[in-house]
Ligand binder design. Sequence first.
Ligand code: OGA
Ligand code: NI
Length: 373
Amino acid sequence: MNADFLIHQELETPIPIMVEEELTWKEPVQRVQALAEKGLKEVPPSYIRPVSERPFLDKQIHLGDDGSIPVIDFSGLEDHRREDTMDQISRACEEWGFFQLINHCVPVPVMDRTVAAAREFFDLPLEEKQVYANKPWSLVGYGSRIGVTEGAILDWGDYFLHYLWPLDKRDVDQEWPRKPASYVETLDEYTHALHNLCSRLLEALSESLGLRKDYIGEIFGWPDTNLVLRINYYPPCPSPDLTLGVGSHSDGGVITFLLHDNVPGLQVRKGDRWLLLEPIPNAIVVNIADQLQILSNGRFKSVEHRVAVNKDTVRMSLATFCNPDVDTIIAPAEDLVNDDNPVLYRAMTYGEFLESLCRDGLKGKDYVESFRR
Ligand code: OGA
Ligand code: NI
């Protein structure tokens, strides 16, 4: 938590928010992939988490009294199952903040090609990836840490971040990997399929809150709402019980879509427990992020999650964050506020949300809660 949350929230909108004296890396940036390839027997101290944050791999709960992360068949919205499917979506957003979506219309071959293209990029020699090394003030590019705090506990993973959407913000020539040769075409195909899914899902979420179906989209600037891709590469780790691939955080934007390579690792908070998401092949993992929690006046939950890594296996995931522009004003929807449901959060811009987060360095879910009135 602490620095992690701050760091991670920032990455959801790669805007320059650091002050002048922080604009240089204060420590050399170490690629975790290169570190792991050296065949270390022990995790270097900078990656070791305090006991309270460790993933307790032997005690991970798959299925418990709490049930497991809901699986929703999106095709149910198109037929007689519509009402039931809407119910499932509402419950998942209210009780879990997470669900796995199946029959979502993103073609499986497109998903497979997307994960494969990302993997091919990370399989390139280090020097070829270094060309894209990101700067402390921009998260776009090849990165291994976010933030410049000396002595921060680091995540056991590298990432590559770039815009997918809108077209005028994505810089294919400068910011997207040039290898593999198929990368641009593949990711473009994925972007269009995901944009379409996001569009339909935002409508369903609006309806499930009892709002006009365009409501959420309009607030967040759809169809030009930013889609930002973060490819995560979690190398094998000699002591996965001591570290995390990504520390506990909630996502700062509207909603997040996650593709992965079917290797377990994502843990989702349920009360005071962490549940391991059991990968379902070809499903897309969806989670509610902070701005939807605010817009829904707390009815939908933006839930903390984190990533455990594995001893012998690489894990890869591709998170696409749907984020508003920094000048978007966000407040609980008026129709959701009444005597029984008093307004919980004050209005603010998304930029303000990010800024005070950086200034105050609040942690975990305390942050979104700080906008409570
Ligand atoms: C993220 C994230 C989860 C994963 O990038 O925000 O939570 O499984 N990733 O990699
Ligand atoms: Ni996340």
